[in-house]
Design a protein around this ligand. Structure first.
Ligand code: T4K
Length: 395
């Protein structure tokens, strides 16, 4: 008989460095009485990230959304940008804030990233760039997208919000494409409370982005462009620095959780798990998405989510609804039927994964899902909403 968890299990929890470690760092900030505007901690942080990513071409921001908005503005993009509807809404908002028309195309079914064939079909004389998302940390079809971008002379931009720590052929994923945006939000496996970063191939962009995030100040007396305020502060930088020191432990812990989910859930009919990326990819286990086939599982994705909630397990439907279905984008005309994205959005459920999630608790979540599947297998599907509720007591 499975009992609900006493405390809620969320889809994620931030890694927190030992409090004493963080307090020691705060003392330094107190002594400096320097809280933002390019203080000593952020300078140290920037340098450590440059070492980590093996590049000088990166720039820090107060969050990922503003980083992306500033990237699009700095690159002076206009017209149409081809992008995915299967993402967090900030990807599209960043285009909208730059008066760029998002052109949604479908995703591929294996790892839910932009489908290169659909990208090529959507190119028009107004297309200026491709904005693809390494969703859940799964690398996009890097080579195919790069070929298309080169042939059509388009910029290739990546929303790498989920992809910190991912490497491809031994290089950080930020080295692919013209520019990548990383989010350091508290819900990410790597975070700086909130924060964001741009990494880019053209070294001249560094100065431009530094202006744009700091009001366009050249010096006290000169403003050279209409920038905004998107600076990261010293406390964010301190958190980012300290979490960086724990990154490998965070990823290996998540890898263990991923392995348990995979081995326990794969045999359950109706639970479809995306494959791990190819061997040349070091994956970061940022999320654990599964697709629920209602017929085979015996219960819809939504009913499973509701049933798990009764066990105090709070999964999320990242990314349902599709961005193209939100009220603010519904009026856009979309040529691509988005068949895969629509199907996946109806079936996707992201399960709890974070470094401090105890392995026996992961087993228990698997027991719950397995039990719910068995409990529902016997009953007709159109009862599924009720089955979800009654199954909790039945297991
Ligand atoms: N592009 C992509 C592809 C993105 O996924 C995101 C952000 C962005 C761009 C934009 O980057 P940022 O501007 O955010 O840097 C969360 C995050 O707020 C958002 O950053 C993230 N994507 C998105 C996927 O997820 P919500 O609305 O799901 O967050 P929330 O507050 O419901 O948190 C989820 C769970 O995390 C909670 O149930 C409990 C746990 N949690 C959350 C917070 C904030 C904690 O345990 N502690 C916390 O401090 O959007």
């Amino acid at each position: 008989m499975l009992k609900p968890f006493e405390k809620p299990i969320y889809v994620t929890r931030p890694f927190l460095p030992p409090l004493a470690e963080f307090a020691a760092g705060l003392e330094e900030i107190w002594d400096n009485a320097w809280l933002t505007n390019n203080g000593p901690v952020i300078k140290r942080y920037q340098k450590e990230l440059c070492d980590y990513f093996a590049t000088e071409n990166l720039c820090l921001f107060n969050n990922g959304t503003l980083a992306l908005q500033i990237a699009l503005q700095g690159l002076r993009l206009s017209g149409e940008v081809i992008t995915t509807p299967f993402t967090f809404v900030a990807t599209t908002h960043a285009l909208y804030w730059n008066k760029i028309r998002p052109v949604f195309v479908d995703i591929e079914p294996e790892h839910y990233t932009l489908d290169p064939a659909k990208v090529e079909a959507a190119i028009t004389p107004w297309t200026t760039a491709i904005l693809a998302v390494h969703v859940y940390g799964y690398p996009c079809r890097l080579q195919e997208l790069a070929d298309i971008a080169r042939r059509y002379k388009l910029l290739l931009l990546y929303d790498a919000a989920h992809a910190f720590g991912v490497t491809v052929d031994g290089k950080s994923i930020g080295h692919y494409g013209d520019l990548s945006m990383f989010s350091f939000h508290a819900t990410k496996l790597y975070h700086s409370l909130e924060g964001g970063m741009l990494m880019f191939s053209n070294p001249n962009l560094k100065k431009l982005f530094d202006y744009l995030k700091n009001f366009g100040f050249e010096n006290e007396l000169e403003v050279v462009m209409a920038g905004t305020n998107a600076k990261m502060n010293e406390v964010q930088a301190l958190m980012g620095l300290q979490v960086l020191g724990h990154l490998e432990g965070i990823i290996s812990r998540r890898k263990q959780i991923d392995a348990i989910y995979r081995s326990r859930l794969a045999p359950i009919p109706g639970v479809q798990i995306p494959s791990l990326p190819a061997d040349n990819v070091r994956y970061n286990h940022a999320y654990f998405p599964v697709e629920i086939d209602a017929q085979a599982f015996g219960m819809s994705r939504d009913a499973l989510q509701a049933a798990l909630q009764k066990y105090n397990v709070f999964t999320r439907r990242y990314f349902y609804p599709l961005v193209s279905d939100f009220a603010c984008y519904r009026s856009l005309s979309i040529n691509d039927p988005l068949a895969t994205a629509k199907r996946v959005a109806q079936r996707i459920l992201t399960l709890p994964i974070y470094d401090s999630l105890a392995l026996p608790d992961v087993e228990r979540i698997c027991d719950m899902i397995q039990g719910l599947s068995r409990a529902c297998g016997q009953k007709p599907l159109n009862d599924s909403e009720d089955i979800g509720a009654s199954a909790v007591t039945a297991v």
